[in-house]
Write a protein that binds this ligand. Structure first.
Ligand code: SAH
Length: 353
């Protein structure tokens, strides 16, 4: 058992079962023992791999979409080039390399990263240029035109889980049975924020709410509406949450989210309807599958150009990366992209209004 498991057990002993949301927040973000606090979880040696870690093509195309939005909006200078949850800094490094040839872009860009993990901040600092500013929350982003990307950031935010019971809802709680954490449901209660879900759910259905998602989205949307900019939000999820999507991985294999808190990555699908609902006063685009988004931005051309100089294993791995990012049975459909942009500007390249 982990130090974190002891802390959680003591809390449950003191005050009874805790909401799943609290369990997830502590497991991921505890200031001393949290999953993200203590480690670099990415890559082959870590627990999971993300699109920018699979291929440089992902970050290059994201960078070109942001740069095009910047040009469409009259090349504001200075502007904040920002990322939420930058992981190892790979995505931002690829964005910077791909946009280096866009005249004026690098000179006008001020790099701002929102990252809570000290371990990952130092990885990011190794890969990114000096002058980068780190923030703990999106509310600390500067008051500048904002061109932002968030890949697999919102899925790391803790969710509350509810199960329909008549006209009310039971909330998922974490209790203990001896040394084991178990999930149980609270007695039913009325939940105002779920009134609209009484229309499209049945008894026993599960829905999730991410309490911090609207506030973070609003921080970004407000800057984009007032100062200009664009945001690309990329994550797995769908329009409107339904079902239990809380899952955990350790060493690239699924594990029970309640075992070994602090050692496994715990995530939940992103509810893009909730994101769109918090996007005012900015506009939001239609949700695009990641594969469609990358194809529209020219990933196949880019892959062919990169392939020209390759043979053998290197060529095989390029082909595999292209497939992994775009094929419907891989990341192509499960992952979705939504853009935020200001009134009067076109939507970011690769997305539709
Ligand atoms: N975007 C990267 C990493 C995804 S992992 C990639 O695609 O490879 C999730 C990232 O979000 C990590 O950098 C993690 O430390 C960060 N993170 C998780 N919860 C956060 C929070 N509440 N505030 C800021 N950053 C957070």
């Amino acid at each position: 058992m982990t130090a974190l498991a002891d802390i959680l057990r003591a809390r449950i002993e003191d005050s009874g079962p805790i909401p799943l949301h609290d369990f997830m927040a502590t497991a991921l973000g505890h200031p001393e023992h949290g999953y993200y606090t203590t480690r670099d979880p990415l890559g082959a040696a870590g627990d999971f791999t993300t699109a920018p870690e699979i291929s440089q093509m992902f970050g290059e195309l994201v960078g070109l979409s942001l740069a095009e939005a910047w040009m469409d909006q009259g090349r504001p200078s200075p502007f904040a080039l920002a990322e939420l949850g930058p992981g190892r800094g790979t995505l931002m490094a690829d964005i910077l390399r791909a946009t280096a040839r866009v005249p004026g872009f690098a000179e006008a860009a001020r790099l701002h990263l929102v990252e809570t993990s000290p371990a990952l901040r130092s990885e990011q600092a190794r890969r990114l240029p000096g002058g980068t500013t780190w923030h703990d929350t999106a509310s600390d982003l500067p008051d500048l035109p904002l061109f932002l990307v968030a890949n697999e950031f919102f899925d790391a935010l803790p969710v509350r889980q509810f199960q329909r019971a008549g006209d009310g809802w039971r909330e998922a709680l974490v209790d203990q049975d001896g040394a084991t954490f178990i999930r149980r449901w609270s007695p039913p209660f009325a939940e105002d924020r779920l009134t609209h879900r009484l229309d499209d759910t049945r008894d026993g259905d599960i829905v999730e709410i991410c309490p911090t998602l609207p506030g973070i989205t609003a921080q970004i949307a407000r800057r984009i509406a007032a100062r200009g900019g664009a945001a690309l939000i990329i994550d797995y999820g769908d329009w409107r949450s339904l079902g239990d999507t809380v899952q955990a991985v350790q060493d690239h294999a699924p594990v029970d989210p309640l075992t070994a808190p602090g050692r496994a990555d715990i995530t939940a699908h992103v509810d893009f309807e909730a994101l769109a609902g918090a996007a005012a006063p900015a506009r939001f685009t239609r949700l695009a599958p990641q594969g469609v988004f990358l194809e529209r931005l020219g990933i196949t051309d880019r892959a062919q150009r990169l392939a020209a100089g390759l043979a053998g294993d290197a060529l095989e791995s390029l082909i595999a990366a292209h497939r992994r990012l775009t094929a419907p049975q891989e990341m192509g459909s499960l992952f979705k992209v939504m853009g935020l942009y200001p009134d009067g500007a076109p939507p970011p390249a690769g997305l539709e209004p």
